[in-house]
Design a protein around this ligand. Structure first.
Ligand SMILES: CC(C)(COP(=O)(O)OP(=O)(O)OC[C@H]1O[C@@H](n2cnc3c(N)ncnc32)[C@H](O)[C@@H]1OP(=O)(O)O)[C@@H](O)C(=O)NCCC(=O)NCCS
Length: 190
């Protein structure tokens, strides 16, 4: 698919390539970050994050050569923390975030994690539904975690991600994706 062509609707299959975020991607990440968050990360935060390959996994999702979304994860020995998930408004509702999270969850397991966690605005119903599908459940609040507008952060956890049941859950989520997902081999090698 060329960069200019957009799918008509979610019923049209969409091929997406997932790869490690490179420094050259950051200039395409920034316009999305600035559109979807009132107080997004700066370029230097992304550059600092992606440089830490042993404890971070930052992925891009591309449609042809167009960067449609990205997701970041912080890895510690037993658990992984999803730090950022964003999809350009034009490409939302085409399972771009789903494909990013499918890959992040599998990377987390390969890297030894048994649980996934993240924070989300309680008002962000779309994101909460996305995370619920991945087995995330509410586990508490972080007071005034977000600014502009001020809001507490809802902490969510998905446990036992290394279990056969979770593998089955991911396969079920993947079966609902319309189109192919290509994952660059480098993603598994960090
Ligand atoms: C949240 C976000 C990442 C979702 O990305 P996406 O690629 O559109 O998500 P997907 O297409 O993979 O959605 C998967 C499912 O999640 C749910 N979902 C996602 N966005 C939704 C929305 N706006 N409203 C309701 N449900 C939504 C739906 O159940 C959807 O499945 P369906 O389309 O078959 O109904 C995207 O809307 C975004 O970037 N938002 C701004 C940044 C943000 O809020 N990030 C999360 C911070 S914690």
């Amino acid at each position: 698919m060329s960069a200019a062509r957009m799918p008509r609707d979610a019923s049209e299959p969409l091929d997406v390539t997932i790869a490690l975020m490179a420094r050259r991607d950051v200039r395409h990440v920034m316009p999305i970050e600035q559109r979807v968050y009132p107080r997004g990360w700066s370029k230097s935060v992304f550059i600092r994050e992606i440089a830490q390959r042993t404890t971070r996994c930052y992925l891009t999702a591309k449609v042809g050569s167009t960067l449609a979304g990205y997701a970041g994860m912080l890895l510690s020995p037993d658990e992984a923390h999803i730090t950022n998930v964003a999809v350009s408004p034009e490409w939302q509702r085409h399972k771009v975030a789903t494909r990013l999270l499918l890959t992040q969850a599998r990377v987390a397991v390969v890297r030894g994690a048994k649980a996934l966690t993240l924070e989300v605005r309680p008002s962000n119903d779309g994101a909460k539904e996305l995370y619920r599908r991945f087995g995330f459940a509410p586990a508490g609040m972080r007071k005034l975690y977000y600014r502009d507008p001020d809001e507490d952060g809802l902490i969510m956890w998905a446990h036992d991600i290394d279990s056969p049941a979770y593998v089955t859950r991911l396969e079920g989520i993947e079966a609902e994706v319309n189109g192919r997902t290509f994952v660059d081999a480098e993603v598994w090698q960090t």
